[in-house]
Design a protein around this ligand. Structure first.
Ligand code: PA5
Length: 469
């Protein structure tokens, strides 16, 4: 077992700190324990029945080996580009930001021989054109990892087709396979068909693992491995967390306590869940969490088909940056939020603050101090201020940010999401509401299968002049 660990701290939601009106009493906690403990078992049963397959990803050693082999096969490429969206992109970005240096893409020394890394998770023409202009004379040194379970996702398909056309013009159809790696369904789907036809190197999107739960599969691991991240340690951290989040004792199980506290506050009108990392490296994990929480828990119907319209709204914030943008609202606005801070004890490096000139003695207190002390003091200070306003706060504390603790973090929040799904009594693994917008896009883009829908959308295509100011 590694020494760096992830710790979960929840005293600052208790009535002991916040009082009864906004805090959780011992009796309420015991009620939550009674309600949640059987759900830990239920999730375990679902896992055994193959209904929570993401839980087994940390043990897929063969998959990790295949990822390593494919990663080795692209050694020497200058640029590695992920084409994907949602669950096929957010985890890749989050791993990169968390585990590689801030200047990775700009500083060869910090890159240590790994390629430049980009995730294209949009279809913004300005953004894409800028990237293509930069990459056009580097196409034969660029590897594109197209990630899509189905291959029919319009955004990913559009990027992929664009890149394929450019590559074809530049190096010819026969050599496409040198530059493209597909991560897709093992057996079926549009991208699988193309993969077979062109003979792309490929990796599986595992069966039964939804996009937002897939970062610990080949979906997230390939780009991580290519960019020098220790994926074995990432999986080992997740496996270690699996032990903790499988514990039947509610009070020993951090995923159960996270889920229960969130559910409890949702029912008390605190329906916004703010994740606020005090670490730039962790900022994209707040984004990742936002998708996980929103798509999994925002549902119209419960599992019996009853209309419930539930779902806490996840919000991302960044310490200390958003102290100067959001904290006024967080303290004095409606008391409708639960805060989850991410903190880091050992940043693995530090910066000493410069000396203040004699004419500004008021800045003396900063001179010679460590930047890590400042950021961590600001976390404590903000939490203290929120608590003074009776706002509940949780902390997930990283001893340090490394693949092991990041693996723990991912697995902790994925399991907490499943347990929250059981508490809300909804299906945490589907996303039916996303479909209508997807279909409407296809209709607007002229797909023959959606002609009727295209008619219905017509009134929305143009602005109604009566309402333009
Ligand atoms: O979590 C999800 O299921 C979604 O965000 C998907 O990952 C996203 O829509 C991309 O789907 P696909 O992998 O089929 O392209």
């Amino acid at each position: 077992m590694e020494t760096a660990q992830l710790k979960f701290y929840y005293k600052n939601v208790t009535a002991e700190v916040l009082g009864k009106e906004h805090g959780i009493t011992k009796e309420q906690f015991d009620e939550l324990a009674k309600k949640t403990a059987p759900l830990i078992e239920q999730l375990d049963e679902q896992r055994k029945a193959g209904k929570a397959r993401y839980r087994d990803l940390p043990y897929q050693t063969e998959m990790a080996k295949s990822v390593r082999n494919v990663a080795d096969s692209v050694k020497g490429c200058e640029n590695f580009v992920v084409l994907g969206i949602g669950g096929s992109a957010l985890g890749n970005t989050a791993l990169q930001t968390a585990l590689n240096p801030y200047m990775y893409n700009l500083d060869e020394k910090q890159r240590k021989g790994s390629p430049w890394f980009f995730v294209l998770d949009n279809v913004d023409p300005q953004q894409l054109k800028s990237f293509l202009d930069w990459d056009q004379d580097k196409l034969d040194k660029t590897v594109f990892n197209v990630i899509s379970k189905s291959g029919r996702t319009a955004e990913t398909a559009a990027q992929f087709l664009t890149i394929c056309s450019l590559l074809e013009q530049r190096i010819g159809k026969d050599r496409l396979k040198e530059r493209i790696i597909a991560t897709t369904d093992v057996k079926e789907g549009t991208l699988r068909k193309i993969t077979e036809q062109f003979g792309f190197r490929n990796l599986p999107v595992p069966d039964g693992v939804g996009g937002r739960f897939s970062v610990l599969s080949a979906v997230g691991l390939l780009s991580a491995a290519v960019c020098g991240i220790d994926i074995e340690s990432l999986l080992a951290g997740a496996a270690e967390m699996d032990k903790k989040v499988s514990l039947q004792d509610f009070y020993q199980n951090p995923a159960a306590v996270i889920a229960a506290i969130n559910w409890h506050y949702y029912n008390r009108g605190k329906r916004i869940s703010v994740m606020m990392p005090y670490s730039f490296a962790l900022k994209d994990f707040a984004d990742w969490y936002r998708q996980l929480w929103a798509e999994s828990l925002g549902k119209t119907k419960d599992t019996t088909g009853r209309e419930v319209f539930v779902g806490p709204t996840p919000v991302k914030a960044l310490g200390v940056t958003d102290q100067h943008s959001q904290v006024q609202l967080y303290r004095e606005g409606p008391n409708d939020k639960l805060f989850t801070f991410l903190s880091v004890q050992d940043f693995g490096t530090d910066v000493e603050i410069g000396k203040a000139p004699d004419i500004v003695p008021e800045l003396d207190y900063l001179s010679g101090q460590k930047m890590s002390r400042l950021i961590n003091s600001e976390k404590t200070a903000t939490e203290y201020a929120l608590l003074a306003s009776k706002r509940p706060c949780l902390t997930v504390a990283f001893d340090k940010i490394c693949p092991y603790t990041v693996g723990q973090f991912i697995y902790l929040f994925e399991t907490a999401t499943s347990l929250a799904g059981l508490l809300f009594n909804i299906n945490a693994y589907d996303q039916p509401a996303v479909e209508l917008g997807k279909d409407a896009t296809l209709a607007l883009m002229g797909s023959g299968d959606y002609a009727q829908l295209a008619e219905k959308i017509k009134p929305f295509e143009q602005m109604d002049s009566r309402f333009i100011i």
